[in-house]
Design a protein around this ligand. Structure first.
Ligand SMILES: [Zn+2]
Length: 391
């Protein structure tokens, strides 16, 4: 039983009634075959329609050969009943806009000897993969300009049906595969493409196209566009961003790049100075601690949590001075360093034997160990270290 495809003959029809020809009952869904439908079952890169059928949210609509089955939540509907069909028009119109915009762009690119290889209609942008060399002169500025000029000309978009016998009437951009009946979409006698999707009736309804960028893929170029409402959304985001930049930097956004470059230079300089100062602080602190502790042969010291960043460097710096073992703690971590040539100390044995007493966990080698420490009693730590010196 064939369903009359109103989505092809009247693509702007948003609501209608239809007679139920057949039903299929499943456990938690009801399938309806109708005498006519406005719901496109999807295909050719365009998703299936959404909307209300018999007052229920349409779950899916699928083509099975010439039959189109609509699935809704279970309810009392029988063959012969008349039901109401209502499209989610915002969704459909958006898809029509994206789809027709892609035809227009492929047409422009084709004129520059860049045939479309594949198309991806993403959530936020459309990707068109083309064969051939895309030059800087052509993309993005020229392609964008030509596409928007064709939008402004408000060119009619027409659909035709063709058979293998009369297909030569249409200079198709790409040769079609096998078919009995082919749908051809024409943009004002300039572009012809075989397509099963739903299109706008006029290029003006595309509204706007913005070329966003390109990348190389599999020896082809992949071009990125924002079409129609998405292009407006893109400009909305850019506007928001420039406004925030103006507020943050207190300058006009045309000055923003220069200002940010200046700030990055300042930051690099400040980081360099910071590094130098940190080295000086570590040197000073190392000398101070050695002065205090060098007679005992070991420095054991706990840094404040804000000094955690220099704990490891401080331990190493003390050990470098050659006379002491350094055990520096911060934030329940420890850093243990010793000059191997001057001091004999078995670090791994120390961790193994004092693990329980100090709550130690850690590892390392070559005169340096680090890890976690649970008990930070300096006297006990000193005793444990003492036991392992010269072993
Ligand atoms: Zn199409």
């Amino acid at each position: 039983m064939e369903t009359q495809k109103l989505y092809y003959s009247r693509p702007y029809l948003r609501e209608t009634r239809a007679t139920v020809l057949d039903i299929r009952k499943e456990k938690d869904a009801l399938g309806l075959l109708l005498n006519q439908t406005i719901f496109y079952p999807g295909g050719g890169g365009q998703p299936a329609d959404r909307g209300l059928l018999a007052g229920k949210e349409l779950r899916t609509v699928r083509a099975e050969k010439e039959e189109i089955w609509h699935w809704i939540p279970p309810q009392e509907v029988n063959p012969g009943d008349e039901v109401n069909l209502k499209l989610n028009w915002d969704w459909r119109y958006y898809q029509m806009q994206q789809h027709t915009g892609q035809h227009l762009l492929s047409s422009v690119l084709h004129r520059h000897h860049l045939p479309t290889v594949s198309v991806h209609l993403g959530e936020e942008y459309t990707l068109i993969e083309v064969e051939g060399a895309v030059t800087d002169e052509l993309f993005p500025a020229q392609v964008e300009q030509e596409a928007n000029a064709l939008i402004r000309q408000a060119l009619p978009v027409r659909q035709h049906w063709a058979t293998p016998q009369d297909i030569d009437r249409f200079p198709l951009r790409r040769p079609p595969g096998a078919y009995e009946k082919l749908r051809v979409i024409e943009i004002d006698q300039t572009d012809y493409a075989a397509c099963g999707g739903i299109h706008l009736q006029n290029t003006a309804e595309i509204g706007l196209i913005k070329a966003l960028g390109r990348e190389k893929i599999r020896g082809h170029a992949r071009l990125k566009f924002a079409i129609g409402d998405r292009a407006y959304a893109y400009f909305g985001e850019i506007h928001h961003l420039t406004r925030e930049i103006r507020k943050l930097l207190k300058i006009h956004h045309s000055e923003a790049i220069r200002r940010i470059e200046g700030l990055l230079d300042d930051l690099a300089e400040a980081r360099g100075q910071n590094k130098k100062l940190l080295a000086e602080i570590i040197e000073y602190q190392a000398l101070q601690l050695l002065n205090r502790d060098k007679n005992s042969g070991m420095v054991v010291y706990k840094l404040g949590p804000e000094e955690m960043g220099r704990a490891s460097l401080l331990a190493r710096r003390i050990a470098e001075k050659g006379c002491c073992l350094a055990f520096i703690m911060a934030e329940e971590r420890f850093f243990l360093a010793w000059p191997q040539e001057q001091i004999r100390f078995n670090g791994h044995l120390f961790i193994k034997e004092c693990a329980q007493k100090l709550g130690l966990q850690g590892g390392g080698g070559q005169g340096f160990l680090q890890g976690k420490i649970a008990h930070d009693d300096v006297k006990i730590i000193r005793r444990c270290l003492q036991d392992h010196l010269s072993r």
